[in-house]
Design a protein around this ligand. Structure first.
Ligand SMILES: Nc1nc2c(ncn2[C@@H]2O[C@H](COP(=O)(O)OP(=O)(O)O)[C@@H](O)[C@H]2O)c(=O)[nH]1
Ligand SMILES: [Mg+2]
Length: 453
């Protein structure tokens, strides 16, 4: 029988699938060295190699050489997972990789790793906390410099250390309250109430500051959704097509059913903007169009910013403006007047004047989008920013319980309630860094990773 759980040794390709100069296969677990030795022949056996050394040799199947490789050795606990780890650098051929992995799996008890399993082990073995594990996924999927920096900060523990320090303060407060409970009979007060309230208020304000960073953090991590809305023929599709042709900052574009692109991702000074073309929001009887209307409404509701496109002939209809406002009352609506090349000299209430034909005004428009985001942000290079919904939810729970604790204090409710509110709040903070995190949440987090990470 195979050994269960994290005692198992796992293997996976760590580099992207496909052809390349080299590929890296990673193993982690107690049998990593022996497993590689079953197929490796070099100057020494891998099981005798020192940690952090590299060894050249052949991987063989019988007498046939599968590939000549470099094997890097990392002994526990000084590895990514804190377990014995090996990285095999082979030639970057999918066929070679396939052979090496099959060969090792067939000849040993090593099994294929699950998605995120290496990082999960790093977390379970205490190498990194949960926010850092999550940051690993964010780091490798970042597509702009700003989101990369956000993930880097989180991986460096900026958020963890902030949360940890709040948790420590909370534990101190709880300790006093619980001490008092132990002496409830004698009616001893160890801390005076105002001091207690001050301490809780301080923690609460720090939690609120973190919560406030979320709208910006979400933007950093996920980008800004901008819906282009307006009457038919004002030039929404032309604007996206212009960006596709002209912008040097295109991250990706998604084509729709026609030649038109329906989504364009661009990076403006490191911020990711996702510009969506909307079909229109007028009611229609036609099935296909109806669906388009629904899709547009959804986009408008979810948008972080609305670019209301008008043209020099029709400007901006108040009716449409009101409809937009009704669909998404909290969102900022920027009025963008298109077709300024037509020489029609009319002023509306526009924020930007552009031409999708000549490109006039487009840089100013894009810069305007960026300024909307920067105003939003309490942006600085090295601050803890909450960018992850899970963290946000935990902080919200912590805040609710602290607020209840303050109510309990002001109403002189029994110390037991106070203690339990404080404790609940502290557990929510612990959940962020993964100290008391249910298995299903862990599964959720790590199953989203790619294999080999
Ligand atoms: N002169 C001029 N024509 C434009 C401009 N933008 C779009 N158009 C034209 O306006 C028409 C409608 O454009 P389209 O992008 O399909 O509008 P949409 O329905 O809002 O997506 C097309 O014939 C475009 O060539 C512009 O800036 N200047
Ligand atoms: Mg269009």
């Amino acid at each position: 029988m195979k050994i269960q759980g994290k005692e198992e040794t796992i293997i996976a390709i760590a580099t992207p699938p496909g052809v390349g100069a080299i590929s890296v296969i990673r193993l982690s677990g107690p049998q990593s060295f022996e497993a590689v030795d079953t197929v490796f022949s070099g100057k020494i056996k891998i099981k005798d190699a020192k940690s952090h050394t590299i060894h050249y040799g052949n991987l063989t199947q019988g007498v046939a050489i599968v590939d000549d490789v470099l094997v890097s050795v990392f002994r526990a606990p000084n590895s990514y997972t804190a377990e014995d780890c090996v990285e095999i650098s082979s030639h970057g051929s999918p066929l070679i990789i396939q052979q090496i992995i099959s060969l090792i799996i067939e000849n040993t008890d090593v099994r294929q790793a699950e998605p995120g399993e290496f990082t999960k082990r790093a977390f379970l073995n205490g190498k990194i906390d949960l926010t850092q594990a999550e940051a690993v996924a964010d780091l490798i999927s970042s597509r702009t410099l700003v989101s990369l920096r956000g993930a880097r900060n989180q991986l460096d523990g900026l958020l963890s250390s902030k949360v940890l320090s709040l948790r420590t303060k909370l534990i101190e407060v709880s300790a006093f309250v619980e001490l008092e409970l132990d002496f409830a009979e004698e009616d001893i007060k160890f801390v005076n109430r105002t001091e207690l309230v001050d301490k809780i208020n301080y923690i609460l304000s720090e939690i609120e500051a973190l919560l406030e960073s979320f709208s910006f953090g979400k933007i950093v991590r996920e980008g800004i959704n901008v819906a282009l809305v307006g009457e038919p023929n004002v030039g929404k599709s032309s604007i996206l097509n212009y960006l596709l042709k002209e912008s040097r900052a295109i991250v990706s574009s998604t084509p729709g059913t026609t030649r038109d692109i329906i989504r364009e991702e661009i990076s403006i000074d490191g911020f990711l903007f996702r510009l969506h073309d909307t079909a229109g929001i007028r009611s229609s009887e036609e099935e296909v169009e109806k669906e388009g209307v629904e899709r547009s409404k959804e986009l408008i509701k979810k948008a972080d910013l609305l670019a209301f496109i008008g043209d020099v002939h029709i400007g901006f209809s108040d009716q449409l403006y009101d409809e937009l406002h009704k669909l998404n009352p909290s969102v900022k609506i920027l009025k963008v007047l298109n077709k300024t090349d037509l020489g029609v000299d009319r002023q509306y209430s526009e924020n930007f004047r552009i031409s999708a034909k000549t490109g006039d005004g487009i840089p100013q428009f894009l810069n305007g989008l960026k300024m909307e985001v920067i105003q939003e942000g309490i942006y600085s290079e090295r601050t803890a920013i909450v960018s992850n919904v899970r963290h946000y939810d935990c902080l919200t729970k912590a805040k609710e319980n602290l607020t209840r604790a303050l109510e309990a204090l002001s109403e002189n409710i029994s110390g037991e309630f106070l203690a339990s509110d404080l404790r609940a709040s502290e557990i929510s903070l612990a959940e962020i860094i993964g100290e008391v995190t249910p298995e299903e949440i862990l599964f959720n987090i790590f199953s989203k990773f790619c294999i080999g990470k």
